[in-house]
Unconditional design. Structure first.
Length: 558
């Protein structure tokens, strides 16, 4: 028989027989709920037969019959009441288990997040897409959908979302566009490395969302709960429904601070910091500025992460400050990298290694941070070197800069848009969804094998806008993405190794080598990062002015 465990409290199953009751009891379950009406199938045992067998096995049994495809709100309420009153854990069954999983999902809608319910049932083998609006609505059938309808709906008001909205408006001024995002503040996240290095002030990296939404674009200040691509609909928290002709998905990714035991409790104190948060980047600089001796750890989790160079940027800028202050010899710098290489594109590694040696930093590959004890100032790493047994090592620190594990947002990972790893599934060239022709994705959330950087989004936004415009005109995609991404590696205050590359590590420099040779540290690249890129971001990229980002159209022959 099948035990399809949803949680520690409940498992569901297809039809069982009297002979299964002893097995159910042996597995630790204490109660059985039957959700299949008697007489639904010719070979189906009656509830009376099963209840007697359950009693003989020491199980309590309850009968809550539900007609297939007709789970009512009151049925879900009754199921929830049974879960509260019966001894647990509970085993529920129907013909396939779907009704039981649906009843559980609706009964838990007021206490669990929608994404959690969808993830738990999906892991058990049940798709709750058909009742997602009811789950979002607290387990109740919505009485008023209140649909809003737009030509294009953009999920996410970050760099990718606002840039795409602006680029679309430039091409199709009459489009009715909505951006969905619950945030009040928009951040220039590439600036946080510079905040942590004492170069920028934090407040220069933040603007109000309202000031950046393009004129004529609707801003719906709400979070997305679920997608219904078959209905061309997005379900918002509170069960409001927004419908679309075309959808763009770019909500960024999730920083999983809770993925490291003890980290959340110590962030911002005990010498533990991260440039991956607006409020913590100034603390990075405070720690670096005040440190005269001791051990400094810089961690990097498994890929993918946004701006793969950011963990080592923090190390280089810190090392440079200690070098200039004459205290570097008193500081033990340790780079703890879950991966096996310093940087994924080999052409840039020699220049970076020069600075690793300059700052006397030790490179510890295959070391993944799993726990932090802030008061004790210790960090525990899982060490998984090739062809060696996995082990753990605990390291003392005086300062630690943490890059957290990163995943797609929960509402993306459980959606029909996601691939097996949880990222939005796209064609890596056109950025169109692999299954749904009227959906596109860009930025950190999609599964193309490119670097997750703001520079990548700067190139992707016009490509998506161009291809949506072509689709509206009845044509095929006109622009192709080559995987471009850029990572300005701040190796010292005043010099940067400007890594620019595409799919497969192909070098894709934006400027001639005589202006900037990206494989070497240059002052010109620093000026670009410090003085030129921020205004390009605020005044060009977010406003649809595609400086060095206009997509190359694909000819009919190609």
């Amino acid at each position: 028989m099948e035990f399809k465990k949803i949680s520690d409290d409940i498992a569901v199953s297809p039809q069982v027989t009297a002979e299964h009751m002893a097995e159910i009891a042996a597995a630790g379950y204490r109660s059985v709920i039957c959700n299949r009406p008697d007489g639904e199938g010719m070979d189906q045992p009656t509830f009376e037969e099963l209840a007697k067998a359950a009693q003989d096995a020491g199980l309590e049994a309850a009968y809550l019959p539900v007609i297939s495809g007709k789970v009512q709100d009151e049925d879900a309420e009754a199921f929830g009441k049974l879960l509260r009153n019966l001894p647990g854990p509970v085993f529920a069954y129907c013909r396939t288990g779907t009704r039981s999983a649906t009843l559980w999902s609706l009964s838990q809608a007021k206490t669990l997040e929608t994404a959690s319910i969808l993830q738990m049932t999906k892991a058990a083998g049940y798709d709750m897409a058909g009742v997602v609006r009811r789950i979002v609505n607290g387990g109740k059938t919505p009485t008023d959908e209140g649909d809003a309808k737009f030509d294009v709906v953009i999920v996410g008001g970050g760099a990718a979302g606002i840039s795409t909205a602006s680029s679309l408006r430039a091409r199709k001024p009459d489009l009715n566009i909505a951006v969905l995002d619950p945030a009040d503040i928009h951040y220039y996240q590439p600036g946080w490395t510079m905040v942590g290095g004492g170069v920028f002030e934090a407040d220069t990296t933040a603007r109000t969302m309202a000031s950046l939404i393009p004129k004529g674009v609707h801003w719906i200040k709400a979070a997305v709960a679920a997608f219904e691509p078959e209905n061309n609909a997005v379900v918002l928290d509170g069960c409001r429904v927004v419908k679309y002709d075309r959808l763009v998905v770019c909500p960024g990714l999730k920083l999983d601070w809770n993925g490291i035991d003890g980290l959340v409790d110590t962030l911002g104190k005990n010498g533990v910091t991260s440039n991956y948060r607006y409020d913590l980047a100034p603390y990075t600089w405070k720690l670096v500025h005040g440190m005269k001796s001791g051990r400094a750890l810089f961690t990097q989790p498994p890929m993918p992460i946004k701006c793969a160079g950011a963990p080592q940027k923090a190390m280089y800028l810190s090392g440079d400050h200690w070098f200039r202050q004459g205290v570097l010899g008193n500081i033990d710098i340790q780079f703890m990298n879950a991966g096996g290489v310093l940087f994924g594109v080999k052409d840039y590694v020699p220049a970076l290694m020069d600075y690793v040696q300059k700052y006397s930093a030790d490179l510890n590959f295959f070391h993944n941070l799993v726990a932090v004890d802030g008061p004790a100032k210790t960090a525990t790493f899982k060490v998984a070197k090739p062809d060696e047994e996995v082990s753990e090592v605990t390291v003392d620190f005086d300062m630690m800069h943490v890059c957290p594990p990163q995943t797609a947002p929960d509402f993306i990972r459980v959606s029909p848009l996601a691939d097996a790893m949880g990222w939005v599934d796209v064609d890596q060239n056109t950025l169109r969804h692999a299954t749904y022709d009227n959906i596109w994705s860009l930025g950190d959330v999609m599964n193309a094998p490119n670097a997750k950087t703001a520079a990548a989004a700067r190139i992707q936004a016009p490509i998506v806008a161009e291809n949506i415009a072509a689709d509206i005109d009845g044509g095929s995609p006109r622009a192709m993405y080559n995987g471009y991404g850029s990572c300005p590696l701040t190796v010292e205050k005043g010099k940067i190794v400007l890594a620019e590359f595409g799919y497969g590590g192909t070098l894709l420099p934006s400027l001639p080598k005589w202006i900037i040779d990206g494989t070497k540290p240059t002052r010109a690249a620093w000026i670009l990062k410090e003085q030129i890129l921020p205004p390009i971001y605020w005044k060009a990229m977010l406003r649809g002015k595609e400086w060095l980002a206009k997509p190359e159209e694909v000819s009919a022959k190609s």
